[in-house]
Design a binder for this molecule. Structure first.
Ligand SMILES: NC(=O)C1=CN([C@@H]2O[C@H](COP(=O)(O)OP(=O)(O)OC[C@H]3O[C@@H](n4cnc5c(N)ncnc54)[C@H](OP(=O)(O)O)[C@@H]3O)[C@@H](O)[C@H]2O)C=CC1
Ligand SMILES: O=C(O)[C@H](O)CS(=O)(=O)O
Length: 483
């Protein structure tokens, strides 16, 4: 479908307020549903990353000097432009990432909600006045912007993972240089086009595509960059953390997950099935908060498995641009290989296939939504993040047994459980070692709430009133001699 505003699909990078067009050695961006080349983006590197960082340093001075209200007004305009162009942005997102159009539009509005939220939060970064410790002393705490921020984002949410970082950074008075995922750069570039139209001063927000390792090395090694915010795999997050150590940067790491989804025998089974489909199969299972292990209490295990398989059988696999599609393609062949590896390992160790289990008849990276039963903790699918459309069902008997199993992982991002028992909800919610707990719901992500995890799932929180604090530094002023 032709875009209403073709200027949003831009084969260029915004570096320090200047657009750099894709040259000869550009990076091809393909549609995962068809393999067709959508367009090309520049293959930039260290020099352009350095130029973007220096421009960000210079622009940040004037931006921080504006009032919070002045920053808020520009962010609000950016929000309005994103919403006004949501259909085009959703189509660009579906074309480069594969998720169904309806889900892509949902992501655009979810991403816009972070810009809206932080346009409001910009005016509520408060400090403190503290009673002095001596008669002539007065103590004041003020909050100031961190300064220049670097951001590196993944392919699975090419819009929302960017606004969840860029919006609070700008709201706090920072500037930001972004390296988006090479597989889905056009969504990031479109956001930069709209930010420029909203009146964001030049140099404040740059988008640099190209060698992740070279651009990342400049970002992590630069003394000018005072914070790195990363969303992606735990493996890369640890590497970036190591690279940032010599310059002691503030860090925000939103990394991998291994979410348990627990169904107790007193749960509303239909609600639990609905929640399991949202939690497990959103974005075709390619989110870090997807249910990765489904624990079902023995008394309802067979009924739940049957209901889940029946519900899945009604949902369509197809090209994300087709109206009725619910499951698009996986992002690439490596993602399909991971799914096949987990299924083969589980079945080789005794799991049973209830539905799906193989590549879809459409070919390419399309895969049948899959339900496995008889899954145990010895299988790879219990320990590793599948990042695909496979629901492995584990059977349990006692509350203590399932809480121990749910916590038996080095990850700690999202977790979910269904019960009608209030005391159990409190006890289990407090006992789960995760940053986020969904109780009788499979969808917890929203701009109002703090998103993030513990252990190998990362550091820090994004969204909520806590999200803007991560882009500020606290300064303590001690006034003496006030006799
Ligand atoms: N906690 C959360 O909110 C989220 C966590 N994730 C996790 O990320 C994984 C899947 O996403 P995926 O994109 O494959 O993750 P990756 O970690 O491979 O990539 C994420 C980003 O990091 C970049 N990158 C890769 N290697 C380096 C490097 N050496 N230096 C600097 N940047 C680098 C990538 O660039 P390029 O594209 O050019 O390779 C991409 O922009 C899963 O484990 C998932 O759980 C994903 C999304 C959200
Ligand atoms: O990248 C992700 O997986 C997102 O953090 C998931 S969410 O914020 O859309 O839930």
């Amino acid at each position: 479908m032709p875009l209403r505003d073709p200027g949003l699909l831009k084969e260029a990078n915004l570096v320090g307020g200047q657009w750099i067009a894709a040259g000869d050695n550009a990076i091809a961006v393909t549609n995962p549903a068809t393999g067709a080349v959508l367009g090309r983006v520049p293959s930039l590197g260290a020099a352009e990353a350095e130029a973007a960082i220096e421009a960000a340093r210079d622009a940040q001075i004037g931006w921080a000097a504006k009032t919070a209200k002045e920053r808020s007004v520009i962010l609000r305009r950016w929000y309005e432009l994103v919403v006004e162009n949501a259909d085009d942005l959703a189509e660009i997102l579906t074309l480069e990432q594969g998720k169904p159009l309806a889900e892509a539009r949902g992501e655009i509005l979810y991403g816009a909600s972070f810009i809206e939220w932080f346009a409001e939060e910009a005016r509520r970064v408060y400090g403190d006045v503290i009673p002095g410790h001596q008669a002539d002393k007065r103590i004041v705490v003020i909050k100031q912007p961190v300064g220049v921020v670097a951001a590196i984002t993944p392919w699975n949410f090419p819009n929302a993972m960017i606004t969840r970082k860029v919006a609070p950074a700008l709201a706090a008075g920072c500037s930001i240089v972004l390296k988006p995922a090479s597989q889905t750069p056009f969504s990031a570039i479109a956001l930069a086009v709209l930010a420029e139209r909203a009146g964001l001063p030049a140099g404040l927000f740059s988008v640099v595509t190209g060698s992740a390792r070279a651009i990342g090395a400049v970002m992590t090694g630069s003394q000018i960059v005072r914070k790195l915010t990363f969303t992606g795999s735990t493996e890369i997050g640890i590497e970036l953390m190591r690279q940032c150590a010599p310059t002691v940067k503030k860090l925000a790491l939103e990394l991998g997950g291994n979410a348990p989804f627990i169904v107790f025998d007193d749960a509303d089974l239909d609600a639990a099935v609905e929640g399991a489909i949202i939690s497990k199969f959103r974005n075709n299972g390619q989110t870090c908060v997807c249910a990765n292990r489904l624990y079902v209490q023995a008394g309802v295990y067979d009924a739940f498995a049957q209901k889940l398989a029946e519900a899945l059988s009604k949902l369509k696999v197809g090209n994300g641009l087709e109206e009725s599609t619910v499951f698009g393609p996986l992002i690439d062949d490596a993602a399909v290989a991971k799914v096949e590896e987990h299924i083969a390992d589980a079945m080789g160790k005794g799991a049973s296939l209830v539905s799906g289990g193989k590549r879809h008849a459409l070919g390419g990276t399309f895969f049948e939504p899959t339900v496995l039963t008889g899954v145990t903790g010895t299988m790879a699918i219990a320990r590793e993040e599948t990042f695909g459309p496979v629901a492995p069902l584990f059977r349990f008997k006692e509350d203590s047994e399932v809480v121990a199993a749910a916590n038996d992982t080095e990850f700690g991002l999202a977790s979910y459980f269904y019960t009608k028992d209030l005391a159990r909800a409190w006890k289990v919610g407090e006992a789960l070692e995760y940053g986020m707990v969904g109780i009788n719901t499979g969808l917890i992500s929203t701009a109002e709430a703090p998103f993030g995890g513990v252990k190998l799932s990362g550091l820090g929180r994004e969204g909520s009133r806590y999200g803007i604090e991560e882009f500020t530094e606290m300064k303590y002023l001690c006034f003496g001699g006030i006799a």
